[in-house]
Design a protein around this ligand. Structure first.
Ligand SMILES: [Fe+2]
Length: 292
């Protein structure tokens, strides 16, 4: 994409962090994007892994319309469904609008997001990306979301280490990651629909051809390794990718739209607000094929 095109469209892309994240200015997602604007965003996303678009006062329909341009969307499951079948509702309030008390079962479900992970890595075809729209942001309890790049994590590993990791296969299991926070948080029928899956620990990020670690809080073990050893390896690699100087921490504002590439981004919620209501709507773009 040439600079002339960027200037012509009135869209600017500025880095938020040296390793991950950029802000897009000059886009209003309430109106359909022309092809050139869309391509600028897609290109910036491929390059920067996480994009922040401030002040996007969109509804579910507009969010779904934007997200659909990147690919097919995952349909929501019963537990987190909003009114729109393609929107996941991430919220700390119950159906009556009261903030869920600390320690309540529904809150535990949200805690799954506090571990570093990549969305839907427990599916046979993991998600391509997630697009989160901040509908209600607390004034005091910020509940930042932190991001790190698994491409940078891979790139900065010593060559010898890279060779040792290539060819390893990880077992991702949603019942394992959710199970860490308590039994029966999610109905059995829902769990049965996502049996454990295997993905390579090192993958290629298709748009750039760059290597990327594919580690996630959903990994239950590494094939061919004692369970504890495999988990220790995954924990070590996640820690490597998320060294403090490699993490972009996003402080939410009302109407922020933040999108991340699940093929090469790790993310986690730093805290779920304890007293103030928070509401996020997520559209999830399904992957295009098995992990390569
Ligand atoms: Fe997530």
């Amino acid at each position: 994409m040439s600079m002339a095109a960027l200037a012509h469209e009135g869209i600017t892309v500025s880095k938020l962090h040296p390793h991950v994240g950029a802000e897009i200015i000059g886009v209003d997602l309430r109106h359909p994007l022309d092809e050139m604007s869309f391509e600028i965003i897609r290109e910036a996303w491929n390059q920067h892994t996480v994009l922040v678009l401030r002040d996007q006062r969109i509804d579910d329909e507009q969010q779904v319309e934007f997200a659909s341009r990147f690919g097919t969307l995952e349909e929501t499951t019963f537990t987190v469904a909003a009114d729109n079948p393609y929107i996941y509702k991430l919220s700390n309030v119950d159906d009556e609008g009261n903030v869920l008390p600390v320690g309540s079962k529904k809150r535990l479900f949200l805690d799954v997001n506090a571990r570093w992970h990549t969305d839907s890595s427990f599916r046979p075809i993991p998600a391509l990306g997630s697009i989160l729209s901040a509908r209600k942001v607390p004034a005091k309890e910020h509940g930042d979301t932190a991001f790190a790049s698994m491409r940078v994590g891979w790139e900065t590993l010593p060559d010898e280490r890279k060779r040792a990791l290539e060819g390893l296969v990880a077992v991702h299991d949603y019942s394992y990651s959710v199970g860490l926070f308590g039994d029966k948080l999610i109905p059995k029928s829902e769990m049965d629909s996502v049996p454990p899956v295997r993905h390579p620990l090192v993958r290629t990020h298709p748009p750039t051809g760059l290597g990327s670690l594919f580690v996630s809080g959903h990994i239950e073990r590494i094939d061919g390794m004692p369970v504890e050893e495999g988990r220790a390896l995954v924990a070590e690699l996640i820690e490597w990718c998320t060294r403090p100087e490699y993490v972009y921490r996003h402080r939410w504002r009302q109407h922020d739209l933040v999108m991340w590439d699940n093929r090469c981004a790790l993310h986690r919620a730093t805290a779920i607000p304890a007293t103030e209501p928070r509401l996020m709507h997520r559209a999830t773009i399904a992957g295009e094929g098995p992990v390569a």
